[in-house]
Design a protein around this ligand. Sequence first.
Ligand SMILES: Cc1cc2nc3c(=O)[nH]c(=O)nc-3n(C[C@H](O)[C@H](O)[C@H](O)COP(=O)(O)OP(=O)(O)OC[C@H]3O[C@@H](n4cnc5c(N)ncnc54)[C@H](O)[C@@H]3O)c2cc1C
Length: 414
Amino acid sequence: MPEASEADVLIIGGGLVGQTLALALAAHDISTLVVERADPEAHLAEGFDGRASAIASASARMLRALGLGDLLDGEGCPIARIEVAEGLHPEILRFDAVAEQGEAAAEPLGIMVENRALRRALLERVRQTPLVRLVAPAAIGTLVRGPAAVEARLADGRQLRAALAVAADGRQSRTREEAGIRIARWSYPAAAVVSMLAHARPHGQVALELFYPSGPFALLPMRDLPDGRHRSALVWTVSRRDAAGVSRLGPRAFAAEVDKRLGGRLGALETIAPPVSWPLGFHHAERYRAERLVLVGDAAHGIHPIAGQGLNLGLRDAAVLAEVLATGARTGIDLGDPALARRYERWRRADNSLTAFATDTLARFFGIPGRPVERLRRFGLGLVERIPPAKRTFAAIARGTAGDLPPLLRGELG
Ligand SMILES: Cc1cc2nc3c(=O)[nH]c(=O)nc-3n(C[C@H](O)[C@H](O)[C@H](O)COP(=O)(O)OP(=O)(O)OC[C@H]3O[C@@H](n4cnc5c(N)ncnc54)[C@H](O)[C@@H]3O)c2cc1C
């Protein structure tokens, strides 16, 4: 029988959240085994995940503390301003980093980065970190969570052992299902069509969120292409019925449809990545823990991308779990002790529930067709624009700086 590999924590799923968690734990001298079913190189291939993510300020501070500052500075595009409007209506709600904090203190409202670049940087960092062992590609055959430890047997017969298992295996988490943790779940009658466009005029680091009857239409600033052309990422919510048709439009027709919704604001447009559609849904686990198991990231919650917060919630889960386990390790507590899992769950539940509720409400409110509701939405946007405390609250939620932050989200290693 092969000897079991051992670590303090077994992370199931080496996506963006699983790998970040492994680095955060290593920064606190906690060792991990990360089991990922896909070949990591396949995850870096062109066309695997053409999405880009808005990394909120608090998440960016954590990624910098974990050694990913070069990625954010070299490949990320700071968001200096967010403009929200009902279609092309001139009444606009603006969030401005400089107006909010002053020139000297201004930290961007977020940083746009391609998921592929983030995956590549995380993988490089993981490979350089002795306390993290990536086991991939590998499939878990059986997972036994006993009173003394967690034991996993891989499909190829290898055995792994740890004090705690973490499910970071995404929306369809098998680990969550096998633990009998139920989820509240529903589908939106919508899909997000994601693409990348080059454009003649600079975006000025402005993120646009325009609301159309089919849902939000977001154009997010990206770093210029090597040949100097300006570039933005598109997340365009359309009805599920229309998603296939919109994604099949040829590059010119697609750019023309986008341009119509932008009112020509960015000059001539060129589609530089084939549009891909993602069905949109919501889910939230009834609890984040079972015996010697906790859930993080999309395994615990999945939300509408209307505010670009899904990954950020997962990164905040990772920061809090690292803090809770580091405190446990310092005081010599078994990392599988239910008291630690309970503390993690209590700390994360409120933020995740509030953000899930807010994004669900926004997605529904902005999805209702008809003129009276349109007027009400414009009134709402104008109201937030004119009430500075309301604006500050929304900005803090977008930045991920609201609530009780662990040291990593303040950019400290603890
Ligand atoms: C259109 C769209 C736009 C978005 N934009 C943003 C944005 O701007 N900002 C933002 O914060 N969020 C955004 N999100 C949300 C974000 O993409 C997700 O929340 C995030 O990717 C979740 O990461 P994760 O690591 O938890 O899960 P995943 O990325 O799903 O990773 C799970 C990993 O586990 C592996 N796995 C699965 N099962 C097993 C198993 N049995 N054994 C081993 N490994 C397994 C998978 O291969 C995968 O690598 C967006 C989502 C969508 C759909």
